[in-house]
Design a protein around this ligand. Structure first.
Ligand code: 4AD
Ligand code: MG
Length: 460
């Protein structure tokens, strides 16, 4: 029987015999009896198993059961209304399924996050990572629920692509060329016509452009998948492989886009509050004090919306001395993001960015200087969303591409979408892992991603 079933039905199971299977998280053996904390992973909390002399038929062996072992317990559920836990299992027989020697790395004590990262194959058995992975799962489902209930159609955008849609050049190349004998052209460049796809390819940095294809046929679409960036930034919010949710919808502008993003963030917060109450209480208690209050306060207020120009003004008037000087034409540094979310006391949309700081597909504003972009900044995780209204005017788009040195030949199909029945449309990308950081208070992206990939790290 799964432990979640026990937790849900323990009252009617009082006095009943049952069998559970799981792993021993802790073992307190006394002289003639003992307690095992057993977790089977089907619920955040495990179950306490008691054995005593004469009752558990093999208790000599039981005394020796070690932490980390897998066990099968045959016993009787007993209500314990006077104790901390509402019931326990009195063991009749305990089978050791798989022993775990003394050197089991995950002992019931505090381990450092760094140590646990090096044991990502076993950190899944700790409370913190059980809570994280369970919240991640609730969040995944909530993402689909949110978009499905609004008639967005899911599209699995390709992982291998020939384009650099963000234009940042942070690409992982995909090739089957023999790296010890790379074919070259007459000019001495790599001859990708001899490569697997007959051209240079890479792992995708975004599914947006394919989502746009879907939006131009089905009005509302979204992707939810892995994206890859060969950024050499070693920060607590950057991973080389991360998941993104990218909705894209036709007949929509920047303000529709922000309304959708805000509704989604609130939906996701409500979903984890309702769907993982024990896990969230754990984060509030052990990871970020005041987390639940912070999240709940977000639910009933409208997010601040300020233009990039106004944001820079706020920063220029700040008492703080920034390492990076805020400038009107420039990007926002992490320290600026931090200042802004503190200043406004919660999530902030920064809109209308200088065009040079952003990608080619963003719609040019009438001032000719800024684009109809929006970033959502939140405490802790920083920028969790980046999005924009898209440039739907063929001539303006071609001009922007020329300015940024993007070849039309490689983007012919993207231009076709403007040629044949273009629409004002918009979309954004939510960094799923950063969202998980935000709702759990866990400060390093290496801990919210089960098997993180960062520069020089690709284990498990
Ligand atoms: O702002 P970005 O680069 O936007 C896009 O890729 C657009 N195509 C999205 C769209 O409009 N459809 O990335 C979107 C989000 C960021 O706000 C951030 O949350 C996350 O993706 N992100 C990362 N998360 C973890 N590690 C990284 N290296 C990330 N880079 C971006
Ligand atoms: Mg961005």
């Amino acid at each position: 029987m799964d432990i979640i079933t026990l937790h849900e039905q323990y009252k009617v199971l009082d006095g009943k015999s049952l069998t559970i299977e799981g792993w021993v998280r802790n073992h307190r053996a006394q002289k003639t009896f003992g307690f095992l904390d057993v977790s089977d992973g089907t619920h955040f909390r495990g179950v306490q198993v008691v054995y005593d002399e004469g009752r558990a038929e093999n208790d000599k062996e039981t005394q020796k059961i070690r932490i980390g072992s897998s066990v099968r317990i045959h016993g009787t559920l007993t209500l314990t209304p006077t104790m901390k836990q509402p019931y326990e299992i009195k063991a009749d027989r305990i089978e050791l399924v798989g022993d775990s020697p003394e050197d089991y790395p995950i002992q019931p004590k505090r381990h450092s996050r760094e140590f646990l990262r090096e044991h990502a194959h076993l950190r899944t058995r700790t409370n913190l990572f059980t809570a994280l992975n369970r919240v991640r799962n609730v969040l995944t489902r909530a993402v689909h629920d949110f978009f499905q209930s609004r008639n967005f159609i899911h599209v699995a955008s390709p992982i291998i692509t020939g384009i650099d849609a963000e234009g940042a050049g942070e690409l992982f190349k995909v090739t089957t060329l023999d790296l010890t004998n790379v074919p070259t052209t007459k000019e001495g460049n790599v001859d990708f016509t001899r490569d697997f796809f007959g051209k240079a390819t890479n792992l995708t940095v975004t599914g947006q452009l394919e989502a746009e294809i879907f939006a131009q046929a089905y009005k509302k679409a979204y992707t939810f998948g892995p994206t890859f960036r060969a950024e050499k930034s070693n920060t607590t919010t950057h991973a080389s492989e991360f998941w993104m949710i990218e909705p894209e919808f036709a007949f929509a502008d920047l303000s529709d886009n922000m309304a959708l993003a805000e509704a989604m963030v609130k939906h996701l917060i409500s979903a984890v509050r309702e769907g993982a109450p024990e896990e969230m209480a754990f984060f509030d208690r052990f990871v970020e004090k005041g987390l639940l209050k912070k999240l709940d306060s977000v639910l009933d207020k409208t997010f601040h919306r300020i233009s990039h120009r106004e944001a820079i003004e706020v920063l220029m008037q700040a008492d703080t001395v920034f390492e990076n000087k805020p400038t009107h034409g420039g990007d926002l540094a992490t320290e600026h993001e931090k200042y802004l979310v503190n200043h406004f006391g919660g999530p902030v949309f920064v809109t209308d960015w200088p065009k040079d700081a952003k990608a080619f597909y963003m719609r040019l504003n009438d001032d000719g200087e800024t684009v109809a972009a929006m970033d959502l900044l939140v405490p802790g995780a920083g920028e969790i969303i980046g999005g924009s209204q898209r440039e739907e005017r063929l001539d303006v788009l071609r001009e922007r591409m020329a300015e940024m040195g993007i070849e039309e030949a490689s983007m012919w199909w993207y231009l076709d979408l403007r040629k044949y029945g273009t629409t004002p449309h918009a979309g954004f990308g939510l960094g799923f892992d950063r969202m998980l950081m935000y709702v759990t208070g866990v400060a390093n992206i290496r801990d919210v991603i089960p098997f993180p990939r960062t520069p020089r790290h690709c284990d498990f």
